[in-house]
Design a protein around this ligand. Sequence first.
Ligand code: NAG
Ligand code: NAG
Ligand code: NAG
Ligand code: NAG
Ligand code: NAG
Ligand code: CU
Length: 359
Amino acid sequence: MRYSISSVVSALSLASVLGGVGAVPVADTCRNPIVRKEWRTLKNSEKASYITAVKCLQTTPSIATATIPNAISRFDDFQGVHIQRTFQIHFVGHFLAWHRYYVAAYEKALREECGYTGAQPYWDWTLDSADFLSSPLWDPTTGFGGNGAPIPATNNSFAVPGATGGGCVTDGPFVDFRLHLGPGDSLNATSRCLTRGFSPVIAANFSNTAKVDRALAQVDFGWFDKIVEGETNFVNVGIHGGGHYSIGGEAGDLYASPGDPVFYLHHANLDRVYWLWQSQNLATRLLDISGSVELLGPITGPNVTLSFPIEMGPLAKNITVRNLMDIQGLAAGTGPLCYEYADSPAVDDDEDEDENDKC
Ligand SMILES: *[C@@H]1O[C@H](CO)[C@@H](O)[C@H](O)[C@H]1NC(C)=O
Ligand SMILES: *[C@@H]1O[C@H](CO)[C@@H](O)[C@H](O)[C@H]1NC(C)=O
Ligand SMILES: *[C@@H]1O[C@H](CO)[C@@H](O)[C@H](O)[C@H]1NC(C)=O
Ligand SMILES: *[C@@H]1O[C@H](CO)[C@@H](O)[C@H](O)[C@H]1NC(C)=O
Ligand SMILES: *[C@@H]1O[C@H](CO)[C@@H](O)[C@H](O)[C@H]1NC(C)=O
Ligand SMILES: [Cu+2]
């Protein structure tokens, strides 16, 4: 029920109604929102176009060298800004808003600088939770390539439970790709391979439907965000950490994780879950924001509000949280966003009924 097309459609019409009330009249520039689809529902030709656009971003010259001197490509610009802002954008009230804007900026760069005509795909990791290694994402020809080569456990600076691999990826489109920033908070010049360290255990325990349902069942944004972000340990990993640590390697690096192109599919899915949560009650949830402005900051505040500034450095202009609450804010006259999410292929009414007991 929660996920059904009809509930999302009615939610979207409500968004337009809300936007009309008291909003400055704006040309209807979001009549055709681009549709973000689950990776495995794309045609092979669409998958190829996306990968081609990512590789284009990886070879398009940086525009951010004033603030990230060792960025070489536009892809590096995105990773560099995430590295720089890590402590301002995680375990804070605007975590989801910031990453919503970040993914949208990346999608815009793919479309406007690399000729990509599709939308940012998402990765519904619940589909792969039970059989992580068989995910179509890891296909060497129609996906992002697979696990990293095995390295000794002692070489893994960050021991993710159940991690395998850990070295450079050995197949797929990014086998020769070089990262120029990181690891961790380093912005020094470097040339590194893309590493992965798959952990099927993390995927099974933390990237499953029950975890998503638990997040969706939260009554306010504060609790929703808390459940999504989880804790800074491997016992109560949120669905955010589940995606990151199940891939591991570069993607498991809190700072440098956008160095793995799959980062953007993972965060698009988190954004989809955020939107599904908002869509259960848009009248309230387009306005509901809370949480500390500081990393794991005090419960006493200061807290994030709708007027809190969201900074993207050289990637996009400064805006406020208010502008990021609605993924079709462009239609509502309240922000720059104009996209929607196609249902995940897992979701149908039969399955919804089966899942009712879990929440
Ligand atoms: C493991 O770490 C050691 C010491 O830093 C290094 O010499 C070695 O090359 C590393 N091995 C692999 C497979 O990365
Ligand atoms: C980065 O470069 C600076 C200046 O050369 C150096 O002090 C620092 O140790 C380097 N950091 C890393 C992680 O290599
Ligand atoms: C994953 O779940 C299993 C079964 O509940 C549990 O035994 C194991 O400790 C969990 N592992 C992690 C890393 O959470
Ligand atoms: C910040 O939010 C917390 C939790 O919602 C609340 O208890 C606290 O009073 C808020 N602080 C301020 C300054 O608004
Ligand atoms: C965004 O705001 C910050 C803080 O006020 C400012 O330093 C920065 O120059 C602004 N960036 C842009 C692109 O306007
Ligand atoms: Cu992040």
